[in-house]
Design a protein around this ligand. Structure first.
Ligand SMILES: [Fe+2]
Ligand SMILES: [Fe+2]
Length: 213
């Protein structure tokens, strides 16, 4: 297995428990890459908005959790990195004489948000925010890995490999932040619930070649 999504070598900062439990429960349908390959222009626009939302959400998490020093320190550079990703995708669109299309409805993220504990305690809501981000990063990483391995175009395989490597570190960061501020057992239990929910969601979702998720 390549470095990235499902290989935790070198991530010593994570507890052994997290290393054991982290990991998506359902791989993406292999047909997705073939569909995506036929609509790469659409994938690029959808991808650009994934990066924009990652940057925007990190800014929002910083402003809502300004008292959490480690979170502010760790997420500030992620904002820069995600915005850099957005710019890389915009540059690729420009190279192809394409403009950034309008933002699309994000069924995957909207469906994840439905599982949030909306009436939970501040700690429970914070935990869900961290774990949603971890899941989105993990699934994005897995999708980029698929593109980096399955596309015919060597340039685009390499393009997506760079994203995959970058996103691989992000999802572990959100788990690490949750563990820093909350009881590890609580984090582990809720993460298992999220993984189960995401597995069922992936089973139900339509496979679309014009979406990253
Ligand atoms: Fe990114
Ligand atoms: Fe990311």
């Amino acid at each position: 297995m390549q470095p990235g999504c499902f290989n935790f070598a070198g991530m010593e900062s994570l507890s052994a428990d997290v290393k054991n439990i982290l990991g998506l429960q359902l791989p993406s349908d292999p047909r997705w890459v073939n569909l995506a390959e036929l609509q790469l222009d659409e994938i690029l626009t959808d991808h650009a908005y994934c990066e924009q939302k990652a940057a925007t959400t990190c800014i929002s998490l910083i402003t809502k959790n300004s008292e959490k020093e480690l979170l502010v320190e760790e997420l500030a550079p992620i904002v820069t990195e995600e915005w850099g990703h957005f710019r890389m995708v915009i540059a690729e669109l420009k190279k192809r004489n394409l403009k950034l299309g309008r933002q699309r409805k994000d069924v995957y993220v909207n469906s994840l948000l439905q599982f949030q504990k909306k009436d939970g305690s501040p700690q429970e809501r914070f935990l869900d925010q961290m774990l949603i981000m971890a899941l989105i990063e993990a699934r994005s990483c897995e999708r980029f890995k698929r593109l980096s391995e399955g596309l015919d175009d060597a340039y685009m395989r390499n393009f997506y490999r760079r994203f995959m490597e970058s996103e691989a570190g992000h999802y572990t960061l959100f788990i690490t932040l949750a563990e820093h501020y909350l009881d590890k057992k609580v984090v582990r239990k809720r993460w298992a619930e999220w993984l189960k929910y995401e597995k069922e969601l992936m089973k139900e979702m339509e496979i679309r070649g014009d979406r990253i998720h």
